[in-house]
Design a binder for this molecule. Structure first.
Ligand SMILES: [Zn+2]
Length: 394
């Protein structure tokens, strides 16, 4: 078999170390952040730690090279999705190497990228960078790109902010120029409880939820049939989806409460607020009058779960030509999943692309892995980046 050689054994060692921190989004990531901070200190690099509001988690931002010019930001998240250990054939938090692959939670999404970047820090320092390379590591990405926001505020306060950003989510080291945005909403349907033999005297929260969900499905069908199109996506239109529902207590009780969650994953050409407005209008104008005729205290309550903007970088933007050159692959595309790239551009105006090792197919699943070949390609990418940054000012 052809063996892929990882030039820097420190890379695999760092992947092992990062995966060993159980940074599932509900947990603190502070031990992992402290590990990275100490590692950078040992290399003579200062970090800025930007904590969450409750202090349980933190972002880390660090600059290698001069601080008076823009430079290239490497962005990664430190949290991972939960594991169901029973479905894993090895411990998800202990990297196991088999068949030229490293198995473990976060190897592909996306501690692999973070580790490769960190392993290259000594090299970045040795080449005398004219253009700085920034490291921007976040938390709570997997639960709606929530954690990166205070770090973006800190970046906006810098004298010079990064000129461009590479988000290292798994793309098999191919440049992706965009992704859809997401608006996720929680709905509470408040009805009126009574014995089911007297159903017309109550307000059935489950049934009214079902009527609204059917309306949302209608919007989804319309978007699929005649909504905006971007054929760079596998699913080339805005989608709507209901993913969770909970309501009722017993069959012989008209349910008082029903809660459900739905999302729009939207193309930049569609306005999610107007789609959401359509759903709310239907609830207010068509359903609530029927509910309130029985009891004025019934109705719908809305709560935004989270939202993040899409990313829509022009194929001819300078960030695209630079990063395609770095990964030696001219082909570009767009990804279905959300990333922090949309926020970096939307909130700070930093042109962004997505390019990282591993395959999104392996993410969010049992037995997640990254191939050594992908790790090695990402190392090549980082070395070319160091080379360009030591010669040119970006
Ligand atoms: Zn990710």
């Amino acid at each position: 078999m052809n063996q892929t050689r990882i030039d820097d054994s420190a890379t695999v060692e760092l992947i092992r170390k990062l995966v060993a921190f159980d940074t599932v989004s509900r947990n603190s990531n502070l031990e992992l952040i402290e590990f990275i901070r100490s590692y950078l200190v040992a290399n003579g690099v200062e970090s800025q730690i930007i904590p969450s509001a409750d202090g349980r988690k933190a972002n880390l931002f660090a600059t290698i090279g001069p601080r008076d010019r823009g430079g290239v930001m490497l962005s990664g998240h430190t949290d991972v999705v939960p594991v169901d250990s029973a479905e894993w054939s090895s411990d998800p938090f202990r990297v196991e190497e088999r068949d030229q692959k490293l198995f473990g939670r976060g190897t592909a999404d996306m501690k692999g990228f973070v580790a490769v970047a960190l392993a290259q820090v000594p090299h970045f320092l040795s080449v005398d960078l004219k253009t700085p390379i920034h490291l921007a590591f976040s938390f709570d990405e997997e639960i709606g790109c929530l954690g990166v926001r205070p770090m973006i505020e800190a970046i906006k306060d810098l004298d010079v902010q990064p000129a461009l950003c590479v988000v290292g989510e798994p793309t098999n080291m191919q440049v992706m120029t965009g992704h859809k945005g997401n608006v996720s909403t929680r709905v509470h349907v408040r009805g009126l409880e009574c014995h089911s033999s007297r159903a017309p005297m109550g307000v059935n929260a489950v049934e009214y939820a079902a009527e609204l969900i059917t309306f949302i499905k209608g919007v989804a069908r319309r978007l699929a049939a005649q909504g905006a199109r971007d054929t760079a996506y596998d699913i080339p239109f805005t989608t709507a989806h209901v993913g969770k529902i909970d309501g009722g207590t017993a069959l012989n009780v008209v349910p008082r409460d029903c809660r459900f969650e739905f999302e729009f994953r939207f193309l930049p050409a569609d306005d999610p607020q107007s789609l959401l407005g359509e759903v709310k209008d239907y609830a207010r104008e068509t359903l609530e009058p029927l509910m309130k005729a029985v009891d004025p205290d019934t109705g719908f309550e809305w709560e935004e779960k989270f939202s993040f903007p899409g990313l829509d970088t022009a194929p001819d933007a300078p960030v695209v030509s630079l990063v395609t050159a770095l990964c030696g692959n001219e082909k570009t595309g767009r990804v279905a999943y959300g990333t922090e790239g949309g926020l970096f551009f939307d909130l700070a105006g930093i042109p962004s692309v997505i390019c990282g090792p591993g395959d999104i197919d392996q993410a969010h699943k049992p037995n997640e892995f990254i191939t050594l070949e992908q790790v090695s390609k990402c190392e090549d990418f980082m070395r070319r980046l160091a080379d360009i940054c030591s010669r040119e000012i970006l």
